[in-house]
Design a protein. Structure first.
Length: 496
């Protein structure tokens, strides 16, 4: 699914209105109907609902939502904050339609702001994507009062006061919703850690905007949903006469004294991703551990007891993964230095392989094109050599890094962002905080290396691997709960 900026979404609305054809008023009705459908599936008519509206089209949505819920016999109170002299045309039209049904409570000064009871629901339709300046005055007071209440808050399209495509100032006063129900496509802010408390649990509802516009309009941002991933047509079916040679031979290099578990986890995930053969190079202290815990893997023990030091002969391997548990010993650095120019096969760099690259930045120029780097935010900061100002700055640095080095970077976290060498970004839709546990990233390295080994092109291996890793994590969390989840559970739930 493509992710669009607010100006693009506005153009998308206009295109749909011009080409469907449909009036903007009808589109507002359609959007609000989709919201109400989502709402009624979750909340029954015993609750008290406060719809708090502004005077733009987001407020217009609020008025329609209020009307539709009244028609369904919900207990609805509608408030309008008078923040401008007149409302948008569609707001005014819907205000007129509401009049015979109920009294609208106007909030024109601070004393008009109601108390929102603990058990009630607040539907936030104050401001949407038309936000043009920070909220101030009694509009900000209303937001503050809603936030201070214990009511359940549901934002229409986007939380009032939250900017969709650019960072907010720390001082901005913004609704902190429990849920955001957004129209047609997620906003960029929804996949940024800094906006988390201004988004809550979010869901996109389809309002039938033009498919032709979406198809024809370019964007660097994508959201990897199940249907998007299915388009890669990566099959889990095997041909009857397939043999282990049909699925490639992976080489993983990692582990050091005390961190053999990391490379074992990667190895296990790599095997479960479907490779035909796997060889694992570890220091000698890892030999017994690996052979005992994973008899399916072949071991290539280094002469060194504690760390990896020897450049393996990489001929014959379909793909390489290096980094989990690797350590940063000077001998291991030497290995990496000598290995890099020899690599002709697709390669994944993770963990300490990335840290070594960060500390010896001249090595970055030796990365083969389309290599896959899988840093978590701290590792990415080290690779950059400097921190970012905010999440949007981080994304732009990520795009620039991938373009400059012609590599694929999977910046891990909730909504892992995969940056391609052409600057496009794919935000992942799967995964959960249960995966914030040691070893989860090692599993991802194994999965992506395994996909590369089977001949899947690097950009697909990265996007698909990240998606399937998160999906396996979601299945694991269902079984073990989020706190109970450990990295091995992700491996046990693998399969697609
Ligand atoms: N056809 C469409 O365009 C559709 C739009 N929809 C809704 O329309 C919304 C966007 O509508 P609008 O563009 O009218 O935007 P808003 O509803 O966000 O309101 C913008 C108005 O508020 C004012 N404003 C902006 N920031 C302010 C601030 N901080 N304090 C006080 N006033 C402020 C602006 O000057 C403008 O008059 C979407 O979020 C969505 O909810 C939906 O109805 C779906 C269809
Ligand atoms: N809150 C979260 N939501 C979704 N996925 C998460 C979350 N926290 C961590 N993960 C995933 O778990 C993995 C953690 O990787 P990493 O930090 O490298 O762990 P480790 O180094 O211990 O293996 C990443 O793939 C990341 O996307
Ligand atoms: K809103």
């Amino acid at each position: 699914m493509k992710l669009f900026t607010v100006p693009q979404i506005r153009a998308w609305d206009a295109y749909t209105i011009a080409h469907e054809p449909i009036s903007s008023l009808q589109l507002m009705e359609r959007a609000s109907t989709a919201f109400v459908k989502w709402f009624c599936e979750r909340f029954d008519d015993r609750c008290t609902i406060n719809v708090v509206c502004g005077m733009g089209n987001n407020g217009g949505d609020g008025l329609v939502i209020g009307r539709l819920l009244l028609q369904k016999c919900y207990n609805v109170h509608i408030f309008v904050v008078k923040h401008s002299a007149g409302g948008s045309a569609d707001f005014e039209a819907n205000l007129a339609r509401l009049h015979p049904m109920t009294t609208v409570h106007w909030i024109t000064e601070s004393t008009d702001i109601p108390h929102f009871a603990q058990q009630s629901l607040v539907i936030d339709a104050l401001l949407g994507s038309g936000l043009s300046r920070p909220t101030q005055g009694f509009l900000a007071e209303v937001i503050q009062k809603i936030n201070d209440s214990s009511a359940t808050i549901i934002a229409v399209d986007i939380a009032s006061g939250l900017l969709a495509d650019t960072p907010n100032a720390l001082s901005d006063i913004i609704i902190k919703p429990d849920y955001t129900v957004s129209f047609q496509c997620p906003k960029l802010a929804f996949v940024q850690p800094q906006s988390a408390e201004y988004v809550g649990e979010w869901q996109v509802v389809d309002i039938g905007l033009s498919a032709a516009y979406a198809e024809a309009t370019a964007t660097p941002y994508f959201f990897s949903t199940a249907s998007f991933i299915n388009d890669f047509k990566i099959s889990n079916r095997r041909k009857k006469y397939a043999h282990k040679g049909s699925f490639g031979h992976a080489l993983l290099i990692g582990g050091s004294y005390g961190k053999i578990g990391a490379i074992v986890l990667s190895s296990k995930a790599c095997l479960r991703s479907g490779v035909g053969l796997l060889t694992v190079q570890t220091p000698r202290c890892g030999y017994d551990i690996l052979q005992t815990s994973l008899p399916e893997a072949m071991a290539l023990p280094d002469w060194h007891w504690m760390v990896n030091t020897t450049v393996p002969n990489i001929d014959g391997y379909s793909a390489v993964g290096i980094g989990p548990g690797l350590g940063k010993d000077p001998l291991t650095l030497q290995l990496l230095r000598e290995l890099l120019p020899k690599l002709t096969q697709p390669t994944v760099f993770d963990a300490d392989a990335l840290n070594l690259l960060s500390e010896h930045r001249e090595l970055l120029t030796l990365l083969p094109p389309n290599s896959i780097l899988t840093p978590h935010p701290k590792e990415f900061q080290r690779l950059l050599g400097r921190p970012w100002q905010d999440d949007f700055d981080k994304l732009s640095l990520l795009q620039t890094f991938a373009q400059q080095h012609q590599v694929i970077v999977c910046l891990k976290g909730a909504h892992t962002a995969v940056a391609l060498p052409n600057g496009t970004l794919y935000f992942n839709s799967t995964g959960n905080p249960g995966m914030a546990t040691g070893g989860s990233g090692d599993v991802l390295t194994g999965i992506i290396t395994g996909l590369l080994t089977q001949g899947i092109p690097p950009h697909q291996a990265a996007i698909f691997g990240v998606y399937q890793h998160g999906a396996a994590g979601d299945r694991a969390a269902q079984k073990c709960t989020q706190p109970g989840l450990i990295a091995s559970d992700i491996i046990n739930e693998m399969g697609w």
